[in-house]
Design a protein around this ligand. Structure first.
Ligand SMILES: C[S@@+](CC[C@H](N)C(=O)[O-])C[C@H]1O[C@@H](n2cnc3c(N)ncnc32)[C@H](O)[C@@H]1O
Length: 401
């Protein structure tokens, strides 16, 4: 995580632009005076910088929730803020000349908004995806990317979407995309379980889930679950497949039970099957002579079109700002989900809330801005899922007063 260790924080005036970086506004955590967010825009990427006191150190770094598409934009924002505010930097892991020629050339890294737009386009009559009529395959948690890159190189007429939440893995793969000049691979930094909820029905040829984290102690964090399988069946073409590969006997047994619980299902089970490319994890397990299990689910049915009615618009907020601040820590549960007011912030002319909301096993974390009585999600809308739409209705009612 790029960060600057600074002697002391200096505030600047907002808004302010320097070297193409716009500092929009500042938000101060009401309950933790040691946390301040700075809204920043670089090349159309909008995100927060976070000023935090940790272990007696003042750190200026990027905020995890609003991760921008480009790490260079974070580097640029940090260094520019330090310059404008005349900060004394004690230590830093931000390169002064950070552009990596490989990463600079690559535009394979896409944000969730790109896919939301593409999928909406694809569902309109006469419109087509930017990748034309290519077959689409998804790899969930590609790690070092060996399998994903191998597939993309060997299937140039197929579009691959690689989804990961580990930033260094993403950057490693983007570098290879540039070196190998691949034009059939998109990379997304997002929770794959949420992503699937956005994908149109019957679109995907294959979903690979290779060596997912077993999460023996926190099973709700697992990728494979009843709802993930349900969504996979919906997004897969007829004869499309979901391929799980795992070294964990426990995860295999859990997954098998979860797959077989469906009323109708076609599964193939393999033990110690060799595949064309062995991932870093696979090599490690093979050296330890562990067994490797494959569960392949074939989808046999065409699914109805994805229809999510509703919007994320807000009516006027009538709840006074002081009352909004009091929502801190509150949780509201409803059938199929919840909303939790994690943190509250004050702005120069309003308040901001940090929420977790949606379904219990894969909640979204978001910011909501309330300037006077105008309310908006910031910087991005939640994903259009059933549980998020329900949570939104509740939030809209609460803020309306
Ligand atoms: C054990 S590694 C396996 C990596 C790779 N598939 C391999 O075989 O080497 C699991 C990967 O899944 C990623 N991951 C875990 N949960 C995820 C999720 N919900 N969405 C996307 N990626 C996820 C982790 O960051 C990690 O890189």
């Amino acid at each position: 995580m790029p960060h600057l260790h600074i002697e002391k924080f200096n505030e600047i005036s907002f808004p302010q632009t320097e070297d193409g970086v716009v500092f929009n506004f500042m938000a101060k955590n009401v309950n933790h005076a040691d946390e301040t967010l700075i809204s920043t825009t670089v090349d159309g990427d909008e995100f927060f910088l976070l000023l935090k006191e940790e272990e007696g150190k003042n750190l200026l770094k990027s905020d995890k929730l609003t991760r921008p598409a480009s790490i260079f934009n974070v580097h640029k924002a940090l260094l520019t803020y330090a310059k404008v505010a005349d900060l004394n930097i004690l230590a830093s892991n931000v390169p002064e000349h950070s552009k990596n020629v490989h990463l600079e050339e690559v535009n394979a890294l896409k944000d969730i908004g790109f896919f939301a737009e593409e999928f909406m386009k694809g569902s309109q009559k006469g419109a087509s995806y930017s990748w034309g009529d290519k077959n689409v395959r998804i790899e969930v948690g590609f790690g070092s990317g060996r399998h994903l890159l191998h597939q993309a190189v060997n299937n140039p007429d197929t579009l691959f979407i690689g989804i990961e939440i580990h930033r260094p893995s993403i950057e490693q793969v983007l570098k290879q995309v540039s070196i190998q000049k691949l034009d059939n691979l998109f990379v997304l930094d997002y929770d794959a379980r949420l992503f699937l909820e956005l994908v149109p029905s019957n679109l995907i040829e294959k979903i690979y889930v290779h060596f997912p984290v077993p999460w023996d102690k926190k099973p709700h964090r697992r990728v494979i679950s009843t709802s993930f399988i349900q969504e996979s069946r919906r997004v897969l073409q007829v004869d499309g497949r979901l391929e799980l590969r795992t070294d964990s006997e426990n995860y295999y047994a859990y997954s098998y039970e979860t797959f077989i619980a469906f009323h109708k299902t076609v599964l193939y089970i393999n033990k110690n099957k060799d595949i064309a490319i062995s991932s870093k994890y696979e090599d490690r397990w093979k050296k330890q002579e562990k067994n490797i299990y494959d569960v392949t689910m074939i989808n046999e049915e065409e699914s109805p079109l994805l229809k999510l009615e509703g919007s994320f618009d807000f009516v006027e907020a009538k709840l006074p700002h002081a009352k909004i601040i009091e929502l801190h820590g509150a949780t509201q549960k409803f059938d199929g989900g919840f909303i939790h007011f994690e943190r509250v912030y004050t702005l120069a002319d309003g308040v901001m809330i940090r929420l977790s909301m949606g379904s219990f096993d894969k909640p979204e974390h978001l910011y909501v801005l309330i300037n006077e009585n105008r309310v908006s999600y910031y910087p991005l809308f939640p994903l259009k899922s059933k549980s998020n739409l329900l949570a939104h209705e509740f939030l809209n009612r609460t803020l309306h007063g």
